[in-house]
Design a binder for this molecule. Structure first.
Ligand code: URA
Length: 269
């Protein structure tokens, strides 16, 4: 039998990155509860791009103990309601400390695309590439999303793209129901401010959260829903998440049907 070759350091690092481990810890244990506002002692494998954090008064005060989830949800709801513009909403989210995901993410991933677009796509949460760049859907699944919307003549100058959760969950884990509920008022306000003619929910979590359904994506995809912003009804269509299509390319055929339905709806509305 051939002896197995030991992996190289580069191969090991690639393996860890793939598994979602993208922070190297220091040698000694760190008491993070003793830290106040000190920067976390982590070395990122990919260097973060510095984005200065605004110093405006936060909705939930930074440095104080994290609020109870119901307090954070109520605060998010109240704050989001009062944001008059997308820029104000972005700033408010930058300053919001009620969601613990913000502490482990590198930066806020607010949105990409044209805020005046007639179509808005909403995914689940940023991954590693999005966390580094600060833009949604820029990794592998983002490339596929670009191809998908390109097939019906759209691109990031004619579409708007965001996520239900604007901070990367550590190691790309699934956001908890509480984290989702805390972030929900923000994406709801974002949809209301963009006010698209067509809303496309990408994958199960986004569909179930925004369209208040418990049905799975196999049943909901390709079916039109009404999304009520409070001011207007928007036509909403769930389709497969591009990450799912990368794993299960056989479903691209159905995704193509959904894209054609979207193109038709845009032509008619
Ligand atoms: N998956 C998502 O749901 N959103 C992103 O921005 C990237 C991957």
């Amino acid at each position: 039998m051939m002896p197995e070759l030991a992996p190289t350091v580069r191969e090991l690092l690639a393996f860890y990155l793939e598994a979602g481990v993208d922070c190297a810890l220091v040698e000694e244990p760190v008491d993070r509860l003793a830290e106040a506002d000190a920067p976390p002692p982590v070395t990122r494998v990919a260097p973060p791009v510095e984005t200065p954090r605004p110093v405006a008064a936060p909705a939930v005060i930074r440095g104080e103990a994290a609020p109870a989830p119901d307090v954070a949800i109520a605060t998010a709801r109240e704050a989001a309601r009062t944001a008059p513009t997308l820029e104000a909403l972005r700033e408010l989210m930058q300053n919001f400390d009620g969601c613990a995901l913000k502490n482990t993410a590198t930066r806020l991933v607010f949105a990409d695309g044209n805020p005046r677009a007639r179509i808005m796509f909403v995914g689940e949460a940023p991954g590693r590439d999005e966390d580094i760049e600060g833009l949604p859907f820029v990794g592998r699944s983002g490339k596929l999303l670009d191809h998908m919307i390109g097939a019906i003549g759209l691109n990031r100058t004619t579409a708007y793209i965001a996520n239900v959760i604007p901070w990367r969950p550590p190691g790309n884990r699934t956001p908890t129901p509480q984290e989702t509920q805390i972030c929900l008022p923000f994406i709801q306000r974002q949809i209301e401010l963009v006010n698209p003619d067509v809303l496309v929910t990408l994958g199960n979590p986004s569909t179930q959260t925004l369209l208040s359904t418990r049905e799975g994506i196999m049943r909901t995809r390709g079916r039109w829903f009404d999304y009520d912003t409070g001011a207007r009804m928007i036509r909403a269509l769930p389709t497969f998440h591009p990450a799912y299509l990368l794993r299960s390319p056989a479903y691209k055929r159905l995704a193509w049907q959904d894209l054609r339905a979207i193109a038709k709806a845009l032509a008619l509305s």
